[in-house]
Design a protein around this ligand. Structure first.
Ligand code: F6R
Length: 611
């Protein structure tokens, strides 16, 4: 996954582009580049490594011009290198292209261009676009891009500039996200809103198959065949500071600390003050469809899949509908059975995860109704679904998902109440009580956050900080919490960690327990508490380092635990939302103490837009 930015207007394009790329660095950070059109033609600076290397290079050799495009890369075709970094050019360096996505037929295109005498400078798929645009360019850049894209198969969001055209920038999209932002006598392109929201809040979400001719304060949009397209402008009212760290050392910590507000936002507009009714009109599902529903399929990847597992437990317990939970990458290759009246619920923060999108397409083709839980407004998942619950969590920049997870579980909680009530298996009194439990969650999260020093101190102790591996155990609603806790630790601290259903301990993992193994045991009050205590005793008997996550006031568990993290008393089915927070904080502080790059862990990108 990569990020693209472009600018045309009176400002220095390099400054606007670099500011935007910094906001997009979460999308990829192995190399970067900027190209501008000026009196000398196309001028360009590229660098290998993170954007701070580019900043230093540009300080030494500033470039400016009438307009420009920039890119931050996460390699898919061709190793990270200066040659492979974007922008890419045609042979005569007349056309420059930045691209996010994958051109699937690039080998065939490359062979045919090489047969025409074209020499390639890089191993990338993107360079084919630059040569193709040049091939079709006869004075009209817009038409040349339109024509070139007719030869291209795959996913792209591109920005294109030409040395002969200091007053126009072209952008197009198929499968990768792209927005065009408008200002007075200026315009922007970006992979997402935070990239440009320092400068404008008025954006067009460009759709698949659309090509834009962008001039100062103007945009003209057509499809690939030249048919005009009219899009509605969206005014984004996110706070600009939302894309900044707001004084926190890392986005991840900022996002963990945002969770009380995020949960309030997810609930906002869906449960009226004093009401016992959940309203999810944007899901676009009628009560009749909910009543007729035979099966729900949840698909997602990674953390979103863990949220989906909590969703399954909630829906089956309260709404009594069978739920199948699938990793999107498995669903798409396993010939799924979609009986009539199936509702699919994809879950995705970015809304751009390639496997999740493909699962949606398959389910739709087999007749499922698709209603997604998604954070990124206007994202591909949102567009391709029949209905949506927007998480309303704001942009998540830290690569490790935190606030998106808890808001996804909150969204499932809302959906469950709505579904259960609609099907007549939950009465108004119970719905009211459950809504009250949900409303209480933000303050309880705040209590955990206010006491985070305890977790910070634990994470700094050598027995945890220097651990080689860790186990996370939970049962029932908190089995997914164990999976999520382990994922958080491994992805940002690089400590090997496994999440297990505690009942599985005796079936293998207990063999790993030594006096050097931290075992995080989620033992909050609820139906499986006693069982968890038994598991804890088994681990303690083998000298394991038990860290219990327990309910405030639970003294009983003290005797069996090396350390305890308390959370406020909580309605058990919603406890995963609370439990997630100390586990996120523990991973965060362990990773910081180990000197890891928390916001940009190695080998990971924020969203996985290719298989
Ligand atoms: C882990 C993490 C990933 C994502 C997964 C799905 O912290 O962030 O596991 O949850 O890549 O991404 P989305 O939700 O964007 O589809």
């Amino acid at each position: 996954m990569c990020g693209i930015v472009g600018y045309i207007g009176d400002k220095n394009p390099t400054e606007v582009i670099m500011a935007g790329l910094h906001r997009l660095e979460y999308r990829g950070y192995d190399s970067a580049g900027v190209a501008v059109v000026n009196d000398q033609g196309l001028d360009c600076v590229k660098s290998l490594g993170k954007l701070k290397v580019m900043d230093a290079l540009l300080a030494e050799r500033p470039i400016t011009g009438a307009l420009g495009i920039g890119h931050t890369r996460w390699a898919t075709h061709g190793v990270p290198s200066e040659d492979n970094s974007h922008p890419h050019f045609d042979m005569d360096k007349e056309i420059a292209v930045v691209h996010n996505g994958i051109i699937e037929n690039y080998q065939a295109l490359r062979a045919s261009l090489e047969a025409d005498g074209i020499t390639f400078r890089s191993q990338t798929d993107t360079e084919t676009i630059a040569h193709l645009v040049r091939k079709y360019y006869a004075g009209d850049l817009f038409k040349a891009v339109q024509r070139a894209l007719q030869d291209v198969e795959g996913a792209y969001a591109i920005g294109v500039i030409c040395k002969d055209n200091p007053d126009v920038m072209i952008a197009a999209r198929h499968g990768s996200p792209l927005i065009v932002g408008m200002g007075e006598d200026e315009a922007f392109i970006g992979s997402d809103v935070p990239a440009i929201m320092k400068y404008t809040r008025d954006v067009y979400y460009i759709d698949n198959g659309q090509v834009c001719e962008i001039k100062r304060g103007q945009v003209r949009i057509e499809d690939l065949d030249g048919n005009p397209v009219t899009l509605e402008m969206t005014h984004v009212d996110w706070d600009d500071a939302a894309a900044e760290k707001e004084g926190f050392p890392h986005f991840m910590l900022k996002e963990i600390n945002q969770q009380p507000e995020v949960i309030r936002n997810t609930l906002r507009g869906r449960v009226e003050e004093g009401s016992d009714e959940v309203r999810l009109p944007e899901m676009n599902i009628s009560v009749d469809e909910l009543k007729a529903c035979q099966k729900i399929t949840i698909v997602a990847c990674g953390t979103a899949w863990h949220a989906g597992m909590v969703g399954k437990y909630l829906i089956e317990k309260f709404a009594k509908v069978p739920v199948e939970l699938d990793l999107a990458s498995e669903y798409r290759y396993r010939n799924p059975i979609v009986p009539p009246n199936t509702i699919m619920i994809p879950v995705s923060q970015s809304g751009e995860t390639a496997d999740t999108l493909e699962a949606i397409r398959i389910a739709k083709s087999l007749g499922a109704k698709v209603a997604s839980i998604v954070n990124a407004v206007g994202s591909s998942v949102a567009r391709e679904s029949h209905g949506i619950i927007y998480q309303q969590a704001g942009p998540e920049i830290g690569v490790a998902s935190t606030k998106a997870y808890t808001s996804q579980v909150t969204a499932f909680s809302l959906f469950t109440i709505w579904l259960a009530e609609s099907r007549g298996v939950m009465d108004k009194a119970q719905a009211k009580q459950m809504i009250a439990h949900l409303r209480a969650i933000p303050d309880k999260i705040q209590t955990i956050l206010d006491n985070q020093d305890v977790i910070k101190r634990l994470a700094a102790t050598p027995k945890y900080r220097d651990a080689q591996s860790a186990l996370y155990l939970g049962r029932s609603f908190n089995f997914p919490s164990a999976l999520e806790g382990a994922l958080k630790l491994k992805e940002i601290s690089y400590i090997h960690a496994e999440g297990y259903a505690a009942g599985e301990m005796k079936h293998g993992p207990i063999a790993l327990v030594t006096d050097e193994l931290p075992v995080v045991c989620i033992a909050t009050q609820g139906d499986t508490y006693e069982k968890m205590v038994s598991n804890i005793q088994e681990i303690k008997a083998r000298d394991g380092l038990v860290i219990s996550v327990a309910t405030e006031g639970d003294k009983h568990i003290l005797a069996h635990s090396e350390d305890i993290i308390y959370i406020p008393e909580c309605y058990e089915p919603y406890s995963p939302i609370l439990v997630a927070v100390p586990l996120q904080l523990f991973s965060y502080y362990v990773a910081v103490n180990r000197g890891c790059d928390v916001d940009q862990p190695r080998n990971l990108a924020k969203s996985v837009t290719v298989e």
